[in-house]
Ligand binder design. Sequence first.
Ligand SMILES: *Cc1c(COP(=O)(O)O)cnc(C)c1O
Length: 401
Amino acid sequence: MKKTHGMNRAITRTWRPATQAVRGGTWRSEHGETSEALFLTSGYSYDDAATVAARFAGEAEGMTYSRLQNPTVAMLEERIALMEGAEACRAQASGMAAMTAALLCQLSVGDHVVAARAAFGSCRWLVDHLCPRFGIETTVIDSADNAAWEAAIRPNTKVFFFETPANPTLDVVDLEYVCGLAKAHGIATVVDNAFATAVLQRPLEFGADIVAYSATKLMDGQGRVLAGAVCGDRTFIDEVLLPFQRNTGPNLSPFNAWVVHKGLETLNLRAHRQSESALEIGRFVENRGPRVLHPGLESHPGHALAAKQMDAFGPIFALDVGSREKAFAVLDALELIDISNNIGDARSLMCHPASTTHAGMSEEARTEMGVGEGLLRINIGLEDVEDLREDLDRALAAAGF
Ligand SMILES: *Cc1c(COP(=O)(O)O)cnc(C)c1O
């Protein structure tokens, strides 16, 4: 495996995210294959004993075991780092493996985490249940409120953890302010960028330290594999994340890495097209009556901030139809859009967070984060926008709109 093309880093580093998603970090074998090679191997063999000894001693480059390195996975890591503008990246088996690794690799008993209250259900579980079991204190706040971040800081605050836009209420965090505040207090920011990806939003440009991903979502984008990634500077990745990851083993399989490579080839096209359709459908639903939470709409409190931070607003939005009964009536009347709790897929999907993705939380916590019984979350895919409009028109009528 070597680089036979695109070796001039002074040029290749300047490529924009859409180009990096297709080309960044390409490694090729001696066969010169155009599509990325898939190395389904757990181990490696060596020409002689001195070679392997040198590799284990860190004195020679080369693979030793796929929990430590794998060519297909390493290529993906380099590609995602280049898209993000990060010094380094490591891939994990799922988005939750990435979030867990990004937090636990740097936290110890006695540390304190400030986290956004609007978050993916399992991200909230890490903050509400896992961290406290290991003596890590946590505070959840309204992430759209800049003053709340500052007020929550304690002498032992080590990490700010949030997503923007947030699942499922699409709360928008002021990246520049919150990352700047963290920096001034020596706090590391961990930003879950799954809803946007680097083609729509690059948190490092606003001062974030660590960007963590579910690559299951827009990066694969076709509902095939689970995958995750953590990006940061070289010191964090090599000295903090890697010892944790190599010894606990949340690694991404080479096969799944290869599938994500195929997804990345079309990421920029999909993310922009799905964002355009989501905005059009969001406007349509808003005009039909339900309250719509979409950062691209002027009615969303985070609209101006999202317009500043994002290149487009993403494929996901939420609507509130008032009650669980009406929400289920909408879902059951759909003919085209699937009832499904995934997002970022090329297919349009809709779910009822209170009874699915956020069902594991107390009703009180759900209410506090804005996940009411009437809330529906929708991912707009690549279908013809007219067909989506017709499907939603019928489904909203079934709920009395
Ligand atoms: C889906 C999701 C995750 C978890 O990712 P998995 O790949 O399902 O483990 C984390 N954060 C956000 C914002 C997500 O949407």
